[in-house]
Unconditional design. Structure first.
Length: 329
């Protein structure tokens, strides 16, 4: 775990009785930036309701929307496990009691950062319940640890944008170094989640340990071009740069109709098209919402003709990250 020494004290006068938090889905890798780039979207996302209770400890009251796939055991669920870790590091694990309701609004195994959204929502919620003693930067290592618990690999390309909002660059993994990048105002994502199963671990195992230097040079140029395009508000440069010559050729094999979906998106005017995270979700990056809507609609129509069900989401980049919601008791 990337350690942050917590010297914060919880002010018990600031503790709330209950909070409700939404945390967004994310598009990891941003096509060309494997494990180092990602951005948040407005929908879908996950929700956590958290209640302060008299008995110390962390418990899960209920989980909705997961089809019974997630553990209710507080030591095995990433949301509650990370909350427990944070309370312990703050020195209040023996005095604070919380109960959690997790509401999954996004599909598990979608390539949209499902576990990240839940973990971020839970950590943002406990921080808010305690009166916000920690900054987002101080919460980040706990979010990364949640990813480690969820999938065995503590990377930040989903949790960083989910927590910080916007587009994020993970410059350093060991000594966690996260940089927020500019977000052009007309940048939209048209996301399609085909109803096929691509487990994250399986997708990672397909990735080669070694790459050709000439391919690495192309990828470095694309990443640099994408970041320059974000700073310059240059949509053409963004589109030219969001090309993946390292990971996509292998992972696309696991996603039915990938190249036909890509052809459709680009013909509709998308700047670029690629895999969200480890898939199977795919994303059409567009200038404006209209192109994203048309592209996702046509891709859905094509998948339906192949008897593949799918979900679609169209969203601008979410620059806020998690947010507190009104509590509907």
């Amino acid at each position: 775990m990337n350690e942050i020494k917590l010297d914060k004290k919880v002010n018990f006068d600031n503790i709330k009785d209950k909070v409700r938090v939404f945390a967004p889905a994310t598009v990891a890798n941003m096509i060309c930036g494997f494990d180092i780039l990602g951005f948040a979207v407005n929908e879908p996302g996950d929700e956590v309701k958290m209640y302060r209770v008299a008995e110390p400890g962390v418990r899960i009251r209920s989980i909705a929307g997961d089809d019974g796939r997630l553990p209710l055991d507080a030591d095995r669920n990433t949301v509650s496990a990370c909350v427990k870790m944070l309370l312990s590091d703050l020195g209040v694990a023996d005095t604070i009691g919380v109960e959690i309701e997790l509401i999954k609004h996004m599909p598990i195994g979608s390539g949209l950062g499902s576990s990240s959204a839940s973990t971020v929502a839970g950590l943002y919620a406990i921080n808010a319940l305690l009166g916000a003693p920690l900054t987002k930067e101080e919460l980040m290592p706990y979010c990364v640890e949640g990813e480690r618990l969820a999938c065995g690999h503590g990377h930040a390309d989903n949790v960083a944008p989910a927590l910080m909002g916007g587009v994020t660059l993970i410059r350093g993994q060991e000594a966690l170094d996260i940089v927020k990048l500019p977000v052009p105002g007309e940048l939209y994502a048209g996301i399609v989640f085909p109803q096929v199963d691509v487990p994250t671990r399986d997708a990672r195992q397909l990735i080669k340990d070694k790459v050709l230097l000439k391919d690495a040079v192309v990828q470095w140029g694309n990443i640099a071009g994408l970041i320059a395009g974000l700073f310059q508000n240059d949509y053409d440069l963004i589109g030219r740069s969001m090309q993946d010559v390292l990971i996509e050729p292998t992972r696309a094999i696991l996603i039915p109709e990938f190249y036909e979906m890509k052809r459709i998106a680009l013909e509709c005017g998308a700047l670029s098209f690629g895999i969200s995270g480890s898939g199977p979700s795919v994303v059409a990056i567009s200038r404006g919402a209209d192109i994203a809507r048309v592209a996702t609609a046509k891709i859905k129509e094509h998948l339906s003709s192949k008897e593949i069900d799918s979900y679609q989401y169209v969203s601008a980049v979410n620059v806020e990250g998690p947010r507190l919601l009104d509590f509907d008791a």
